[in-house]
Design a protein around this ligand. Structure first.
Ligand code: ADQ
Length: 473
């Protein structure tokens, strides 16, 4: 069996026994694949070093080998806070108004990708499969090729891929996309992002997409395909029935004294549409005075990327909005929005989801969105809550039995909230059972197996057929 080498910006080192379950679904899924295949997970340690040495910190924990490097402060500023999170992240989420173009960011991005390639190169054996993750590392494949790596190399992009007319606003966009054609497999979350990528290849590079789904470039065949990511369903549902989850559920229920609960769980990020969500809830309260003290919105939003200014701004903006809305609608015994800036252990989170009558997942743009899937998985099948989901999340293509909304429209979201809160049990169950089947069947193991199968070298035509066949099983 080929060894798998996974590369991502940050590495999630497996937790010692006993702390399992504290990791996210992706880390759990990749770790189990790495364990089976004697694989290696390579990336940045998250630590700073005064001067880059390329020193590899190799560790073996719970059957998984991790290899990490430290980066210089300038690397972190230009590559991570700069090109990755000030340029590509906003651009890939259609926010050209927030996208910053700075030549130093671009140079830092290439430098760090080269440093990744230099440090990784000696770890790669002849038959290894190399799997690169996300927008931080788009040119890594081509840098490995320059160093003579002939292995199968795949890329999976966790974010959306923007329409061509937005992408062309990026200086040197041709160079970035061309570098991606060094991969053998390029995976996207949905057909929509895949379509935008293929459109770019056709319109900007004049390439032809074969009927077999492959692109030929400089004598090589590349397959681009959609592989929608799922959650670790087994791990999540097991956690949802734990004592920890039950305690969290009961505590939250008791605290609202019979009121309905709406829940939002998101990293604090402008792509998640939190400001619009708060305003929609406020609109719902204003338009339905009879309901106005009968429901509570619990928004859990741990801060992220705090060194980037747009993230500081969204934080301030949300604090202001929460104060405003609570000021307008609260009374002595009731506050409508509970806004919490911290993370919770996954089992407690599962308990909160289960206690909530409505899951409010309204990103303005999202590659997939795993919170929507976690909310569905955590529900009581006999009396499930209702998922309200943005039509602009990748998950909406799969979860079309949710109440799909336009997150920019306060009326639309406010009406969906009203509808969800009075939805008859029979309709809730029927919608939920279809959502649950989809979340259970297309879980994170399915996603990983599909990707690795194609990476392993199924020829283009066969690869497409295989995935169509498996998806219909
Ligand atoms: P994210 O943008 O981080 O991921 P998402 O898919 O929602 O978004 O995943 C967030 C994860 O973090 C979920 O598992 C959630 O439970 C967890 N989380 C969020 N807030 C938490 C809190 N307060 N406490 C504990 N856990 C919390 C990127 C892309 C997405 C894509 C994923 C996976 O932006 O579109 O779905 O990668 O590919």
């Amino acid at each position: 069996m080929s060894r798998l080498i996974v590369i991502s910006n940050r590495v999630s080192v497996p937790k010692a026994a006993g702390a399992a379950g504290a990791q996210g679904g992706l880390a759990v899924a990749l770790n189990s694949a790495l364990r089976e295949n004697r694989g290696i997970w390579f990336g940045w340690s998250g630590q700073e070093t005064e001067e880059f040495t390329g020193h590899l910190d190799m560790q073996r924990n719970d059957g998984v080998t991790t290899a990490t490097i430290d980066l210089e402060p300038q690397d972190i500023e230009e590559y991570y806070n700069g090109y990755a999170n000030r340029t590509l992240w906003p651009l890939f989420h259609y926010r050209i108004d927030l996208t910053e173009y700075d030549r130093n960011f671009g140079e830092g991005y290439e430098r760090v990708n080269r440093r990744f390639a230099d440090s990784l190169r000696p770890l790669i054996d002849q038959d290894d499969l190399v799997w690169v993750h996300d927008y931080h590392l788009l040119p890594l494949g081509s840098m490995l090729r320059t160093q003579g790596v002939k292995n199968r190399i795949g890329l999976f992009l966790h974010t959306p891929w923007p329409p061509t007319r937005l992408l062309v606003s990026l200086p040197f966009h041709e160079r970035l996309v061309e570098s991606m054609l060094a991969y053998d497999v390029i995976g996207f979350q949905t057909e929509e992002w895949l379509g935008s990528f293929l459109h770019y290849l056709e319109k900007e590079m004049g390439l032809e997409i074969g009927a077999d789904g492959c692109v030929e470039y400089q004598g090589r065949r590349i397959i681009a395909q959609a592989f929608p990511i799922g959650i670790d369903f087994a791990e999540f549902t097991e956690g949802a029935s734990s004592d920890e989850a039950r305690e969290a559920h009961d505590k939250l229920k008791a605290s609202v004294r019979g009121r309905k609960i709406l829940i939002g769980v998101d990293r604090l990020d402008y792509s998640k549409g939190l400001g619009e969500r708060f305003e929609s809830f406020s609109r719902f309260l204003a338009d339905n005075p009879d309901q106005s003290s009968q429901s509570v919105l619990l928004q859990i939003a741990p801060p992220s990327r705090g060194d980037v200014e747009s993230y500081q701004q969204i934080r301030e903006d949300l604090e202001r909005k929460t104060g405003h809305i609570n000021g307008a609608h609260a009374d002595v015994a009731f506050v409508p929005i509970r806004y919490v800036n911290r993370g919770y252990p996954r089992r407690q989170l599962a308990g909160f989801y289960r206690a909530a009558d409505v899951g409010l997942v309204t990103p303005l743009r999202d590659g997939m969105n795993l919170v929507a899937k976690e909310y569905v998985a955590a529900q009581d099948e006999a009396d499930p809550g209702v998922l309200i989901l943005s039509q602009f999340a990748g998950a909406a293509l799969q979860l079309d039995d949710a109440l799909l909304v336009n997150p920019h429209s306060l009326e639309d979201v406010s009406e969906a909230i009203k509808r969800a809160l009075v939805m008859p049990l029979e309709e809730r169950r029927s919608r939920h059972s279809k959502l649950l089947a989809s979340v259970r069947d297309a879980d994170v193991d399915f996603w990983r197996e599909q990707f690795v199968k194609v990476l392993f070298g199924a020829p283009c035509m066969e690869a497409q057929d295989l995935s169509a066949q498996d998806a219909s099983n």
